[in-house]
Design a protein around this ligand. Structure first.
Ligand SMILES: C[S@@+](CC[C@H](N)C(=O)[O-])C[C@H]1O[C@@H](n2cnc3c(N)ncnc32)[C@H](O)[C@@H]1O
Length: 191
């Protein structure tokens, strides 16, 4: 059966899927703030960010619950002539996720903030703890939760990231980014 995510990618009703890598990520690579390493994109969608990072010499692994998204990511990588390892997995499944091995960097653009409840988010963090090596970095983009939206993913309360991650992660920075749809919170952490 097709999931919500599969349907979104099949119908093109996926407004987040710009086909372009994220501006902050491009900027960090350009400035040498992140160097080629082994990176996991959690909820990689159609692969805009993994393909960009692969083109810059990173060993990229993209993971997504949607087979439709992964098929598109595979085509994008082939079109750009880069190698990306793509995994069909639910990131809340720590046993399966832990088989992927260790990563130097994990990024998440819109997966964590889509998870419907606190229990799912804690399962997600448990998986992250299994695959991000000690000293590894984690970059997270989330919509901020608030009264002003009527549709879209639940997003996060501004203090939620601090509360959920502080036990195992040092938060390096967290700031709001204005977008035409909803404000995003961009957080960088080190394990
Ligand atoms: C808002 S989209 C963002 C996709 C991509 N990161 C981007 O920026 O274009 C969220 C993605 O997370 C994936 N996703 C949602 N829940 C997931 C889960 N539990 N495990 C793995 N992927 C998941 C969806 O299939 C979707 O591709």
């Amino acid at each position: 059966m097709l999931s919500f995510w599969d349907m979104a990618y099949l119908t093109g009703l996926a407004p987040w899927d710009s086909g372009e890598p994220l501006r902050e990520l491009v900027e960090m690579v350009k400035r040498g703030m992140i160097k080629p390493s082994k990176v996991l994109d959690i909820g990689c969608g159609t692969g805009s960010n993994v393909v960009f990072l692969a083109s810059k010499g990173f060993e990229t692994h993209g993971l997504d619950i949607s087979r439709v998204a992964l098929a598109k990511a595979s085509k994008r990588a082939a079109a750009k002539g880069v190698k990306c390892f793509l995994h069909h997995l639910d990131f809340r499944d720590a046993d399966k996720v832990s088989k992927l091995g260790d990563f130097d960097l994990a990024i998440d653009v819109g997966c964590y903030h889509s998870l419907p409840n606190g229990a799912d988010r804690l399962r997600y963090i448990n998986s992250l703890n299994k695959v991000l090596r000690k000293g590894g970095e984690y970059f997270l983009w989330c919509f901020v939760r608030g009264k002003s939206f009527s549709w879209g993913p639940p997003g996060v309360y501004e203090n939620e990231i601090e509360q959920n991650y502080r036990e195992r992660y040092d938060i390096l920075e967290s700031h709001r980014i204005n977008t035409p749809f909803r404000d995003m919170l961009f957080t960088t952490c080190v394990r």
